[in-house]
Design a protein around this ligand. Sequence first.
Ligand code: SF4
Ligand code: ZN
Length: 299
Amino acid sequence: MKCKRCKAPAVVALPSHHTAFCPECYLIFARRQVEKAIKEQAMFTREDRILIAISGGKDSLALTWQLLQLGYNVSGLHIDLGIGESSVKAREITEKFCTTFSVDLHVLDMTAQGLGIPEVKKRTKRPICSVCGQLKRHHFNKFALENGFTVLATGHNLDDETARLFSNVFRWDTAYLGDQGPILPAEKGFARKVKPLYRMSEFETANLCFLAGIEYGYHPCPYSTGASFTVYKQLLLDLEEKQPGRKLSYYEGFLKRGRPAFSSLEEEQGDPVLPCERCGYPTSTTVCGVCRLREAMSA
Ligand code: SF4
Ligand code: ZN
């Protein structure tokens, strides 16, 4: 198998793009996928101050590395969830990466705030992943706005996005279908959110890390078992194997034709959003979910 660009021996085959690349040309391919995403969705410019949510996993590290290579102004925010060994390793990897590549890193420690996930799990009846997701979104958004960042970037990839879309379609959740996408504009007290890796699969971001020499860890969270997204991801991987390129065309088709139809519905349905009485975070109730959680934890 030869590299499609330079005819050297290929190391990565990409059936979804009908191509294969040598290490150097693969890095060019990956860079172009990210450049295309940024340009097509008008995500940000070199004037923006970009805050990247860095978990220590391959996607957020690949994203940070790629945006650095492209000359963007990036900083990282890592949230230490206090989930035993999994969080210790994730923080170690993030700190090591940011030291190696001279990335300005901020860390928020949930345990120090009385919101470590194991303690929260003991005190709430809600599914822990939903509470954890809410905590992360709240802190990333608040930190970005309070520290003058104009954009918040996350490492969601094509597999994450198509699994989410599939799940939203299965439930015919019109509100989410109107909102889902690789860019959410700044509004109602929320920072602009972007997902520059939305054109790349997990396989492709893992290859990017490997070929760019980025060390990443896989220390699964003990609460991650049974997530429904995993089932959808597997279904879509099976489909992709039979019909290469299907995931990207499904998602691109949604962005062009599906989302506009659902977002016009969403405008009619949207709940009024006002600042939380305690912390100012946008919420559709008087006190936001995180302030209510803090209250429950200190009771
Ligand atoms: Fe949080 Fe773990 Fe659930 Fe992920 S799997 S949302 S880290 S509790
Ligand atoms: Zn609040």
